[in-house]
Ligand binder design. Sequence first.
Ligand SMILES: Nc1ncnc2c1ncn2[C@@H]1O[C@H](COP(=O)(O)OP(=O)(O)OP(=O)(O)O)[C@@H](O)[C@H]1O
Ligand SMILES: [Mg+2]
Length: 327
Amino acid sequence: MNESTVPVFSVLDVEKRFLLRKGRSGPVELRALDSVRLDIEAGSSVALVGESGSGKSTLVRMLLGLDSPGEGRVLYDGMDLQQVLARDRARFAREVAFVYQDARGSMNPRFTIGEIIGEPMRVHRLHPAQDIPRRVASLLERVGLPASAAVRYPHQLSGGQVRRVAVARALAQEPRVIMADEAVAGLDVSVQASLLNLLRELVAELKVTLVFVTHDLGVASYLCDRIAVMYLGRILETGPVDAILQGPAHPYTRGLLESFPRFDRALRAPLRGEIPSPVDLPAGCRFAGRCPCVQPQCTAADPVARALDGARLVACLYPLSGDAAPA
Ligand SMILES: Nc1ncnc2c1ncn2[C@@H]1O[C@H](COP(=O)(O)OP(=O)(O)OP(=O)(O)O)[C@@H](O)[C@H]1O
Ligand SMILES: [Mg+2]
């Protein structure tokens, strides 16, 4: 296979169950990921979206090698991630950076910002010690912080500034891939917008691969070129973000879009019904009980993802065509 066609990450039928307790009739397990398939191409930016509990963070932990799949495999550059980690964990840790949601909590409060940003350069021996302060200064400038921030401590910065430091720290390790889990959630809209602008510029400029977890479809479409829509541990639809948000093929994607506030139209009815328990998934399609387009076959067969228009995959027996009205 030509190297340029090998995805950075391939998620191959990954399953992750958590044992909740040993019940009388056997173990009670929660299915956090169930037959998840996803390719992340080099240079792409992928948004993982879905309601709370859909498995976004669990999938990111798999990609970071922090957790291993119960079934299935994660490939990094076409190689089994567990083998990559066994061979050279330090290299993987340098190549794949993670931006935490709790940016402040992820920083040692006793370290100055300069030390925090300089640490990955020291740990990964990327620059001689005497060059690190200059490199820190240039990263601070790149993320829009004053050089004087280097001598301050995390608690002396605002929430938005701390997130910028987290981005600078990720860049300091000169990664190929940046993963971020809800990295702009909980910030003022204007602070969020300026961080998103920064991330967008960086992705375009540095050609890093981005995996960005968000609840917000607006954020997904602004920042990313691809989207994976998750529901109860499964990716229901994935492909180019614009095509999917303009013409969702999965009724769940359409439901998410319709419950998402937009200025140009009145809010339609949000997704009806309750999300089933991941401990006791229904037979057939896991969305069938909430689906406005449900057919008898939907509760019998669990749909596998199939290619729709060449560019996207949809796990639905009766995908919507374009932006057609509900059946
Ligand atoms: N360590 C664990 N033990 C037991 N259950 C877990 C564990 N981690 C996650 N889960 C469960 O797995 C499912 C997926 O969780 P996950 O955190 O991946 O969802 P998420 O999509 O990131 O949600 P959110 O948007 O709220 O962050 C949830 O039902 C969650 O309760
Ligand atoms: Mg999460």
